[in-house]
Design a protein around this ligand. Sequence first.
Ligand SMILES: [Zn+2]
Length: 213
Amino acid sequence: MEETHQTTCETGLMICGRTWDQFLIDVESFHGYPAPGVILGGFLVDLALEELNPSGLYDVIVETRNCLPDAVQLLTPCTFGNGWLKEFATGRFAITVYDPETLFGARAFVDLAKLATFPLLNDWFLKLKTKQEISSPDLLRTMKQAHRDILSYQRVVLLSAMPKIKSARLICRSCGESLPMHEALEVDSAPGQTPATGLCRVCAGESYYAVDE
Ligand SMILES: [Zn+2]
């Protein structure tokens, strides 16, 4: 069935309403350089959106933080900041676009059986060759040529709504800053006290910084 969605015509290749050249420019300005991973991510976003064809609001789940969030945040209104982009970390290079009301969605992924027919892309994607061994222009040219021929999708229904986590806030008794209850490493037992107090991760000894005094 996928073949009916193909846009194989050289001049007709569009990614979320952008021509190939415009897509590359947009990726470069958003990501800093035309990263093949963001380009491939854009193909996934484009395919999943077309397959789901949402009439209203939709959410997106990425399965890895590598490159995919930038593709989603470039091409859709969904960002980590507004909560419409979520992560379910499997490490797989795949995204799911879904309707948050019905939970029906479309998941697009890189299909290794199809990828094998493009040895250059296969070597790059599976890291069988180093970046130095693969010519960037060749890689981009082959990606453009392959486009959806290396992808597959499946219709899915989410098992839960993955709601934004709403949690009461707590005050850290050491630093005095506030945080969601579920992020605290310790919650003091003081029944009925609001806001509750406890200990944040940094004050419990898991800091990522030292104060420069
Ligand atoms: Zn603290």
